[in-house]
Each structure stands twice: as structure tokens, then as C-alpha cells.
Design a protein around this ligand. Structure first.
Ligand code: GAL
Length: 390
């Protein structure tokens, strides 16, 4: 089994390398543990890289951690990878340990974007460059670069999917639809970008009365889900269904920012929704349980982000930084995958952070094979459900 997983992981890495342009696997760390490796690879990178991931309980970060470890080890770097169980204090401790272990560069996906100022300022004092990975870290000048996907566009794609699927037309107010929003963790700087992308896209239809938010919960703070927790999202949706939809009012859309929240909302609709229609349910990340629900028609779509490519971009950026360069737009010419260099969208309250933003993709039951399996990011299980590689 381990041998098969290692083989599968190398395969997807080879494919993503092909997909995004720049090999061995080491067991990724368990929660709170640090995985060390003394791989010296063929492409001459040297030095130690500290990688701090938020948690293993949200599926994608397991893949991020193993892809990043794979990329850097294959490039010859030593890797220390930590997972901090969504515990902010533990992540600060883990990063302090990485700094005292003498890493040459830090890659950090923050649990709480506002909680790392002190520890990263000490990294800065130690001359350790920091890449803010996927989620922007706020209130510190210690951040050199930000690598992520175009987070606002993730929301726009979810909103546009609703418009296209319902065939909404601002000139036709004869048919109206009911919608409820579920957003992400307020401590995650990405969450308002996802929510605003979707809400801004649908606002003209909300203003026209074509889309109605029966609960009246329209502000990010009202629809946010702490730690992106599935059970929290389920409980909130159960309360909304009981309060506003138990009289037979139809729910047409449950716009969820990501898959872990969509899973909870789907469970609430399955157990507590009295209506006979299948509401549109959106998501993000391509979590296996949600892809199964998409195949089974319980969830409508997910916005997929090829995190294997996010790791490829992060490696190229880190190599340039460790070579003493100050990479800019030119770095993107290395990649076959879509990646934009952005110097206007992300201000972490100390100024604009230069960013490399990859492009997300809409996945539905109709294009799962093409977008996820034919690309090598997933294999199709014998039960007809996609299985993530890596
Ligand atoms: C976000 C990330 C999403 C989603 C969410 C929960 O920061 O961009 O892909 O996974 O965290 O983990």
C-alpha cells in the first residue's frame, strides 16, 4: 500500500511538473509532528526549508504538505514539515522551532492570519525569507511573497454557476429563487474574498428581487463558519431550515464557500429540508467526500484548485529567493499552468505583498473525468468515485 501511494504520488508530481513546468516521497508529518528528511536531490538545491501547514483535519492541506515536501526534496532541499491541528498557539510554537532549527526559508499557511506577527518578525530578524502560502499573513513586514489562487475569482465562479444553472436574467423578474450563504473562517484572510466574489456576482439579482435570502443573513460575519468546520456549518443550516423553510418555503441555492462547509450543509438538507427539489450546492477544493456527492447529484459543483501546481510555483519562487534574486513577472514564464503575478490585490496592512496567483477551475459531474482524472490529480476508484493522488 505505502509503495503504491509513493508510486502514485511520484506519478502525480511528474504529471504536475509536466502540467506546470520544474521526484522520492517521505511520509508526511502527523498532527503536531515534524517530518525531517536528509534527501539531497539531483537538481542541486541545498538548504533546509520549513513548511508550516494549518491542520490535517481539512483534506486539502494533507495534499499541500506532501506535494511541497516532494517538490523541495526532489530539488535537493531538506524539509521540515509541521501540522498544527488548527491550534494557533501550537503553530506559533512550531514556527519558533523551525526558526531555531535553522531553516533557510519558511513557507507558512496560517491558521489565523493575524496571529503570526511576533514569530515572523523574529524570522525576519534572523534573515529568514517567508512565503505566505495560500492564505495571506497580516500585519508583518516579514512576508516576502504570497502564493495562492485568485481567491476572489473562486467566489465569482460559484456565483456565475448559480446564474447560469438557474438561467437568471435581470430583465425577467417573473421567477424568483431563494438562496442562503455559508462562508468560511473569519480568521482566514481568504474567506471574505471567496464570499465577496460570490456575493458581488449575485448582488444585481438580489437587488432585483430575483434572488431572496430568506434568513436575511447577508453580512460575512453572519454567514461565516469558524475553522471551516463541517459540523458548525451543518448546525447553522439546520437552524435556518427550521426557522425559515419548515413552512414549505423552497430553498433553491445553498452557496457554500468550500467543500468542508458544503458537506455539513448537504447533511442538514438531507436530514432537515422538507422540500422535494434538490437545491444547488456549491463548494471548493475537490474533497473526496464532496466529489462523491457531486457524482451522486447531492452537490452541484466544486471549484478545484490544483494545489500540485501551487507547490511547483512555490518551489520556483523559493529557489529564486534563495539564489538572492527578487523575482517578479518573469518567473511566471517558467510555468505552463496559468499563474499571474499581482502587485495590487493583496495588502497585509504593511503594504502590498507581491503575489503569484493561480487560476481555479469549475468541476461538475460532467467534467470530473476530464478535469481531475485525465489530468492525473485523481484516479477513478472502482466504485466510480474519484480518489485524490497524493
Ligand atoms: C482556505 C483555502 C481553501 C479551503 C479553506 C479551508 O484558505 O484557500 O482552499 O481549503 O481554506 O481549508
Amino acid at each position: 500500500m505505502k509503495k503504491f501511494l509513493a508510486l502514485a504520488l511520484s506519478l502525480v508530481m511528474a504529471l504536475s511538473l509536466v502540467a506546470c513546468g520544474g521526484s522520492s516521497t517521505e511520509e508526511p508529518a502527523d498532527e503536531g509532528e515534524t517530518a525531517e528528511s536528509a534527501e539531497t536531490g539531483e537538481t542541486g538545491g541545498s538548504g533546509k526549508i520549513g513548511i508550516a501547514m494549518p491542520t490535517k483535519s481539512l483534506e486539502r492541506w494533507n495534499r499541500d504538505g506532501s506535494y511541497l515536501q516532494e517538490q523541495f526534496e526532489s530539488a535537493g532541499y531538506e524539509v521540515e514539515l509541521t501540522y498544527s491541528d488548527n491550534d494557533v498557539t501550537q503553530q506559533v510554537n512550531d514556527i519558533e522551532n523551525l526558526i531555531s532549527d535553522g531553516v533557510d526559508l519558511l513557507i507558512v499557511a496560517a491558521i489565523d492570519g493575524e496571529s503570526l506577527t511576533t514569530v515572523l518578525d523574529s524570522a525576519d530578524e534572523a534573515g529568514i525569507p517567508v512565503i505566505s502560502y495560500d492564505r495571506l499573513i497580516m500585519n508583518t513586514k516579514a512576508i516576502d511573497y504570497y502564493v495562492s489562487f485568485d481567491n476572489y475569482t473562486v467566489g465569482v465562479l460559484q456565483g456565475q454557476y448559480v446564474i447560469d444553472t438557474l438561467g437568471l436574467d435581470l430583465n425577467d423578474t417573473s421567477k424568483t429563487y431563494n438562496i442562503e450563504f455559508t462562508a468560511g473562517d473569519p480568521a482566514d484572510n481568504n474567506a471574505p474574498f471567496f464570499f465577496n466574489g460570490a456575493f458581488d456576482t449575485l448582488k444585481p439579482y438580489i437587488d432585483a428581487g430575483i434572488l431572496n435570502i430568506v434568513s436575511g443573513q447577508t453580512a460575512f460575519e453572519e454567514v461565516a463558519t469558524a475553522t471551516w468546520d463541517t459540523a458548525t456549518a451543518m448546525n447553522r443550516m439546520q437552524n435556518i431550515l427550521a426557522s425559515y423553510y419548515s413552512d414549505g418555503t423552497q430553498l433553491d441555492v445553498a452557496l457554500c464557500s468550500n467543500d468542508s462547509t458544503a458537506l455539513g450543509v448537504t447533511q442538514a438538507i438531507e436530514s432537515d429540508y422538507a422540500g422535494s427539489n434538490q437545491p444547488i450546492i456549491t463548494g471548493q477544493d475537490g474533497d473526496e467526500a464532496n466529489l462523491k456527492n457531486i457524482v451522486d447529484g447531492k452537490q452541484s459543483m466544486t471549484v478545484y484548485k490544483a494545489v500540485a501546481n501551487e507547490a511547483v510555483v512555490t518551489l520556483a519562487l523559493a529557489q529564486a529567493i534563495l539564489n538572492g534574486e527578487q523575482p517578479g513577472e518573469e518567473l511566471t514564464s517558467q510555468f505552463d499552468c496559468e499563474c499571474a503575478y499581482d502587485t495590487s490585490s493583496y495588502d497585509n496592512n504593511t503594504g502590498i505583498i507581491p503575489s503569484y496567483l493561480l487560476t481555479p477551475t469549475v468541476v461538475t459531474a460532467d467534467n470530473i473525468q476530464e478535469e481531475l482524472v485525465d489530468t492525473g490529480y485523481y484516479t477513478m476508484g472502482s466504485d466510480g468515485y474519484p480518489v485524490a493522488v497524493g
